[in-house]
Design a protein around this ligand. Structure first.
Ligand code: HEC
Length: 394
């Protein structure tokens, strides 16, 4: 997967940048787009300048404010590909999930240069390193439509207080409205009074699904050469130890491309994988073909706008394939159904009738290689199911 809300902003920005760049003649320098509304934009700027020094050239940095782009849901990813490909060599600051990395269709990404992610922020007086360590009934501030919204299901000791922006999420802790907050690390650094040295607050990386992200530069077909030299320079900066300093305090550390590559290779995840049945037929049949058919239509009406017509992922993560239901994700049917029925559609959680959720779940199971049978899936049955959801397609 997976494009967080932040990534969607990056997409919108890149289009804005394309429009800006259209007026500029192409030069020998590397043109780079940076979104000034990204809380880590200063870091991206430093990286680009260091890369240019390394190459003995100049960097042409085009800054744009991607925050006010408005209607996220109507955004067309393909258009982004076309524009960025023809007008901007590299778009910096694009986050990809560290375990399920995916970039917008038609785009390519450099090797990651920074490790970012979601953190837990608490006042020092009530420091807790993990969600589980927070006292029962703690209100935790979280930003609308960001990955940490998923964590409340697994941690019933805490409850969500949802804010529209990271700045407001942080402010709720500063003003003691909430005891803790979950935000993008760069936002904690940017919005806490005193930044990461804020003496009155603690910032801990969240050890939860989809919490660790890597930052890459995106490019289109015409950016391949610029991307290759960017990557080479970043590698040199990494080896000389300068990269970590450029990334501080926004990033947790430089991303480790070796680790990322290993995480993507199925062969590198040996012991953790539960014994997946060799043939699809050994999996239990949890739903009927009629339910999956009805679910296909309901999915198209309620989910496809964010998760893609073919479940490939867009504004929301992919819902099909190894990146979604990988053995490492350790998903069970009940976990996924709880997310679907309580948190989705993301803009109107829990708004659909029970049988529609059940049909959509049947469709998701079918698409991930589970067999149909004669017994119908029920709402309570889906919720309680501990059957592992592991993709078994090609
Ligand atoms: C408005 C956009 C939007 C719509 C519509 C939407 N989703 Fe989502 N969905 C998201 C986003 C964004 C996430 C990532 C989690 C987050 O940011 O809260 C997500 C996460 C998920 C996840 C968790 C995936 C994972 O790998 O952890 C599932 C499952 C899911 N959605 C299913 C659905 C289904 C089924 C529907 C239709 C009933 C739906 N979604 C409708 C945006 C949407």
């Amino acid at each position: 997967m997976n494009i967080t809300r932040l990534s969607r902003r990056a997409l919108v920005c890149a289009v804005a940048a394309g429009a800006v760049l259209a007026a500029r003649p192409a030069g020998a320098t590397v043109s780079v787009c940076i979104d000034s509304s990204n809380p880590a934009h200063a870091m991206d700027r430093r990286v680009v300048q260091a890369v240019a020094r390394q190459q003995g050239t100049d960097a042409a940095i085009y800054t744009f404010d991607g925050s006010g782009a408005g209607d996220d849901d109507g955004f067309d990813v393909k258009k982004f590909g076309t524009l960025a490909a023809s007008r901007c060599a590299l778009v910096l600051g694009f986050p990809v999930d560290a375990t399920h990395g995916a970039v917008p269709e038609g785009m390519r990404a450099t090797a990651p240069y920074a490790r970012m992610g979601f953190v837990l922020v608490t006042p020092r007086s009530h420091d807790a390193e993990t969600l589980a360590a927070l006292p029962h009934g703690t209100d935790v501030a979280v930003t609308y439509l960001t990955a940490p919204n998923l964590y409340f299901v697994k941690h019933p000791n805490v409850q969500a207080d949802i804010y529209p922006t990271d700045a407001q999420t942080i402010a709720s802790v500063v003003h003691h409205t909430d005891r803790a907050a979950m935000v993008w690390r760069a936002s904690a650094v940017a919005y806490l009074p005193g930044g990461e040295k804020a003496r009155d607050y603690c910032i801990h990386a969240l050890n939860e699904p989809h919490a660790a992200w890597d930052v890459v530069a995106l490019y289109g077909p015409h950016g391949a050469a610029a991307a290759a030299s960017f990557q080479k320079s970043v590698e040199a900066l990494r080896r000389s130890g300068q990269l970590a300093a450029l990334l501080s305090p926004y990033a947790m550390s430089p991303a480790n491309p070796v680790v990322l590559a290993a995480a993507e290779a199925p062969a590198a995840a040996p012991a953790a994988a539960p014994a997946a049945p060799a043939a699809g037929g050994e999996k239990p049949a949890l739903f009927t073909a009629a339910q999956a058919d009805a679910g296909k239509k309901a999915y198209a009406d309620n989910c496809a706008q964010c998760h893609g017509d073919n479940l490939e992922g867009m504004a929301g993560p992919a819902l099909k394939g190894k990146n979604f239901a990988s053995p490492k994700a350790n998903f069970h049917v009940g976990d996924v159904f709880t997310i679907v029925s309580q948190n989705m559609p993301a803009t109107q959680p829990a708004s659909l009738p029970h049988d529609v959720y059940v049909n959509i779940m049947a469709f998701l199971l079918q698409q991930n290689g589970m067999p149909a049978g004669s017994a119908e899936l029920t709402f309570d049955g889906a919720k309680a199911s501990t059957v592992p959801l592991v993709y078994s397609g090609e």
